[in-house]
Design a protein around this ligand. Structure first.
Ligand code: GDP
Length: 455
């Protein structure tokens, strides 16, 4: 997994789009087993299924960048949403509701062989109400003989059923053309990416760590505006708050306050909310309840920030409740459990009393500065030159891969590409990453290092 993070280098969803605005979002919705994941893979031109539909497994990552006919968009895969982390089955309509909130265009996938079911009808109602463009995909039309099955889906009242076979690829080009026909240039639902606008912060953490308490505290002291963000969203999703002499946009705050789903599928919604908030944010404050042992869920949230490529601040909340002993054990837990983020700035706060909440701003600024930072290519290569001279890659099978050239391919977060004359071992790549951090800091941001092998 670690290797993946180093070599895979998936572009952050908003990174390069920053100049033109956020990419439009397409959500794939449908009952379990209609072939959503296969269709997503087809669109991403990937052979293998990314993740199987294993009951009890919620996918952390739900959004991918896709391209067709020279247009880029974000695709939201709801394929893994049928069962939440606690094993609770979610109604298809519930999934669809969330997906529709997130999307500019909805692709509704129906199994043409089965025809429309009651579940499908329920989703249709919801889609009509939402008023977003819908493209109907009639899947599993593997050959001409089954095309009549697709035609039967006209009666859903969603317009033309596009016959596809996600498995074989049949019809997927036409489906993509139909999507592009209704796709806006710039997303109306993803957060606006104005450069120079307020920086966007996501307040995340598992339930009950104190997110809404902190939000209230921050608003209570220095509230400026509660704005209804322009666009199609119904809720005022973001709040603008002035802190430390500067306005910040706290994204998806409606998600923090909305508690309707907390009884059923709470984990699922928490994790999904985290994901969507992260996509809109530049920096995340992960709240951890310092009273309690650091849990797997806390670690998962931190990992989500890294995977999303966002800047990170860790806030240990409820500090007012800690005694000497708990403080001692907390430090041990941090050393043990959060080894992957020694670079994250840390603040010890109390949302209740307001203790040290003023330290959040300098931490946010530090992390964002690292997130934005670009090392000039000359300096980067001089640095790698020195590092490699002092610590060359070990010789393997009589060969020694050399580093030819390195460049910083992007920022937000910093992404590096190293060109090498041969495969670099994972351990050596980690060493290079560590040295990069030692030299340039990057406090508060994940960095990505990928290696391209030149023959
Ligand atoms: P959320 O689910 O993350 O939004 O958490 P809440 O803000 O609803 O807080 C959960 C519980 O923790 C509530 O009972 C809060 O009153 C309590 N709480 C939140 N922050 C603090 C804090 O700094 N100190 C103490 N003692 N309690 C807190």
């Amino acid at each position: 997994d670690e290797d993946q993070a180093l070599v895979d280098g998936d572009a952050p969803l908003l990174g390069d789009a920053a100049a033109e605005g956020p990419l439009p979002v397409v959500a794939i919705v449908g009952r379990p087993n209609v072939g959503k994941s296969s269709l997503v893979n087809r669109i991403l031109r990937r052979r293998e299924a990314v993740v199987e539909d294993v009951p009890g497994v919620t996918r952390d990552r739900v959004a991918y960048e896709a391209e067709w006919s020279g247009r880029r968009f974000t695709i939201v895969d709801t394929g893994g949403w049928s069962v939440d982390a606690t094993g609770i089955h979610l109604r298809v309509a519930e999934q669809a509701e969330v997906a529709v909130d997130l999307a500019d265009v909805v692709v509704f996938v129906v199994d043409a062989k089965v025809g429309s079911t009651d579940d499908d009808e329920a989703v249709v109602k919801l889609l009509r109400r939402a008023g977003k463009p819908v493209v109907l995909a009639a899947n599993k039309v593997d050959d001409e003989r089954t095309e009549a099955d697709a035609l039967a889906l006209w009666n859903l009242g969603l317009g033309e059923p596009h016959a596809v076979s996600a498995l074989h690829g049949r019809g997927s080009g036409d489906l993509l053309d139909a999507i592009l026909d209704v796709l806006p240039e710039v997303s109306a639902v993803a957060a606006p990416v104005e450069s120079g606008g307020p920086r966007r912060v996501a307040l995340i953490g598992r339930p009950n760590v104190g997110k809404s308490s902190l939000l209230n505290k921050l608003i209570g002291t220095d509230r400026v505006v509660v704005d209804d963000v322009a666009g199609t969203t119904r809720d005022p999703v973001d709040e603008l708050i002035e802190l430390g002499g500067r306005v910040w946009r706290f994204v998806d705050t409606a998600g923090i306050r909305r508690r309707v789903h907390q009884t059923r599928g709470a984990d699922f919604y928490a994790s999904l909310r985290t994901q969507t908030a992260l996509e809109k944010a530049e920096v995340a404050v992960v709240l951890i309840d310092a009273q309690e042992s650091i849990s797997e869920q806390d670690i998962r949230v931190v990992q989500q920030v890294i995977d999303a490529g966002r800047a990170l601040v860790i806030a240990y909340n409820k500090w007012d409740t800690l005694d000497e002993e708990r403080r001692y054990y907390l430090e041990r837990e941090i050393e043990r459990e959060l080894v992957q983020v020694p670079w994250a700035p840390r603040v010890n706060i109390s949302a209740k009393t307001g203790r040290h909440t003023d330290k959040l701003v300098p931490a946010l600024e530090r992390s964002l500065e690292s997130w934005d930072y670009r090392i000039p290519t000359g300096r980067l290569n001089a640095f790698f030159g020195e590092v490699v001279a002092a610590h060359p890659h070990p010789v393997r099978g009589g060969k020694q891969p050399r580093i030819l050239f390195a460049t910083q391919a992007g920022t937000r977060p910093p992404r590096f590409v190293i060109f090498a004359s041969g495969f670099l071992e994972a351990g050596y790549r980690r060493f290079l990453e560590r040295r990069l951090r030692e030299e340039f800091g990057f406090e508060g941001t994940p960095i990505e290092v990928s290696v391209r092998v030149r023959e």
